[in-house]
Design a protein around this ligand. Structure first.
Ligand SMILES: C[S@@+](CC[C@H](N)C(=O)[O-])C[C@H]1O[C@@H](n2cnc3c(N)ncnc32)[C@H](O)[C@@H]1O
Length: 250
């Protein structure tokens, strides 16, 4: 994914006002608490500092910062502004998760719903390197694998509806489309049916995402020195693999 491709993610730029409607902070509470527990179970020592890569609007951060000091990184200034507004005490930094180097080590690194923006195996490896570089010995990175080659549903479609107290209603249609059965990328297409005080407009947004076998998620990070543990998280009837990458203690 180059810089231009990322700017085409309109949901995180000129349409970012939709993000706070698309899942409330409260919706993130239960999972965030589970993630904190998984991290505590897998790191050596205490969980005092956490780096959230691809932190978006900071909804996980809102819950994490009750447990530890939180730093968020995102490539989108619009999303970082939302995260900072929701989490005034925390630090948010503009950066690309493939290359960012804060020259700091954290007890934990966290990635939720953002690793799919790694569009090639090489980019996913860059992300694992970023995680490794930012972990102290004995720390762990938790990564949610929302979509893998095994779980992908071609033409899978979801529709949801949201409204806010400013007279805006948004119906969001999401579709996953793979150009060929063995392609390692797919299009995540959004159509936003927006009504502002009754006046309708329709916007669309296509994100290019990566699609890799679960074995790649398991095996490739071991070449960097990570040991890998795996858990399954079930939410609303859907089972999602959670990969925990542990950096060896000194
Ligand atoms: C679906 S949102 C998820 C946000 C958050 N993790 C959550 O669970 O609510 C994906 C986020 O990843 C960010 N992102 C995409 N590519 C990125 C990159 N290369 N480096 C940093 N952030 C990136 C987007 O700007 C967006 O905020």
């Amino acid at each position: 994914m180059n810089q231009e491709l990322h700017k085409q993610q309109r949901l995180y730029h000129e349409l970012s006002w939709i993000w706070p409607l698309f899942g409330t902070v409260e919706d993130y509470r239960e999972e965030s608490e589970i993630f904190v527990r998984y991290l505590r179970d897998n790191i050596e020592g205490s969980l005092s500092t956490l780096l959230d890569l691809g932190c978006g609007g900071g909804k996980n951060a809102f819950h994490f910062r009750r447990h530890c000091a939180l730093t968020g990184v995102d490539i989108s200034p619009a999303m970082l502004a939302q995260a900072q507004e929701l989490n005034p005490p925390s630090r948010f930094v503009e950066g690309d998760m493939r290359s960012v180097d804060l020259r700091e080590e954290f007890d934990a690194v966290f990635l939720n719903d953002s690793s799919m923006y790694m569009t090639t195996r090489d980019e996913l490896m860059q992300l694992f390197r970023t995680a490794y570089r930012h972990l102290r010995p004995g720390g762990a990175a938790l990564v949610t694998a929302e979509v893998t080659s095994e779980s992908f549903v071609h033409n899978g479609c979801e529709v949801s509806n949201y409204s806010d107290d400013r007279g805006r209603e948004v119906c969001i249609i999401e579709q996953d489309y793979r150009k060929s059965p063995d392609a390692e990328q797919f299009d995540l297409t959004f159509v936003f049916l927006i009504r502002e005080h009754g006046r309708q407009r329709i916007e669309n947004d296509v994100h290019t995402c990566g699609l890799f076998p679960l074995d790649f998620w398991r095996e490739a990070p071991q070449t960097l020195g990570f040991s890998v543990r795996e858990m399954l998280l079930e939410t609303e009837g859907v089972v999602m693999p959670i990969l925990v990458y542990c950096k060896p203690p000194l």
